[in-house]
Design a binder for this molecule. Structure first.
Ligand SMILES: [Zn+2]
Ligand SMILES: [Zn+2]
Length: 224
């Protein structure tokens, strides 16, 4: 099995998962998150003294704000201390260069993508390309996508549509529209039931629709 086939196998398995237990309902986002966790372990335990990795780390100025939280959650105290030592000089230089006036601070150049931004984008591309290949060659891939209980997030469904033939893209668009409309109905139902007149009604699948909607419909930066 080559790496493309292995990625397709993983994505087809992930599409069949209906209980995402607090993670994203999007199968590609979940696989991206796992790739990031593996990549962070590799950074802390194997690449910590790799010079090109450390140069890239200094250039990015550490992790971006979003991924600083990820790195803290999955962090290793020794690895984090070693990497942070690399940033001390950069931080000291930076504060010595600050000029008077608040505007000058806000006009700072956009930093290079952080190590986790890159891991996330590489993983997203890998799985979306594998799924595209699967949809081009295998009926199983269509069945997995159509049977999947949850939608891919907007960023990933858009990336997938952009790689397919017009006919395939229409098929995926229709599927996505159907799922977005169903989610919209659940959100409307959740809002309706929050009205005091309907509070006595038992809650159904709409109770966590807000959570799925936040994860599926938001389109973060640095996301393929
Ligand atoms: Zn996603
Ligand atoms: Zn980042």
């Amino acid at each position: 099995m080559n790496s493309g086939e292995a990625s397709l196998f993983e994505i087809l398995e992930e599409l069949a998962v209906s209980d995402f237990s607090g993670s994203s309902p999007c199968a590609v986002c979940r696989l991206q998150r796992r790739s990031v966790e593996r990549g962070l372990k590799l950074l802390y335990y194997e690449l910590i003294n790799d010079m090109p990795t450390r140069m890239e780390w200094r250039k990015a100025g550490g992790f971006c704000p979003e991924h600083t939280r990820t790195a803290i959650q999955h962090g290793d105290p020794l690895g984090a201390a070693i990497l942070s030592l690399d940033l001390v000089d950069i931080a000291l230089q930076r504060i010595t260069k600050v000029k008077k006036g608040l505007r000058k601070i806000s006009i700072s150049a956009k930093p290079a993508p952080c190590h986790i931004c890159k891991l996330q984008q590489e993983a997203g591309k890998r799985y979306i390309l594998a799924l595209t290949q699967g949809l081009n060659e295998k009926q199983d891939a269509w069945q997995a996508l159509e049977k999947s209980e949850h939608l891919l997030c907007i960023a990933h469904i858009s990336a997938l549509i952009s790689l397919l033939s017009p006919q395939q893209a229409d098929r995926v668009r229709m599927l996505a529209q159907k799922k977005i409309t169903a989610l919209q109905k659940e959100l409307e139902e959740a809002v309706r039931k929050s009205d005091y007149r309907f509070l006595h009604e038992a809650s159904g699948s709409e109770r966590d629709a807000w959570l799925r909607a936040m994860q599926l419909l938001n389109q973060p930066h640095n996301h393929i």
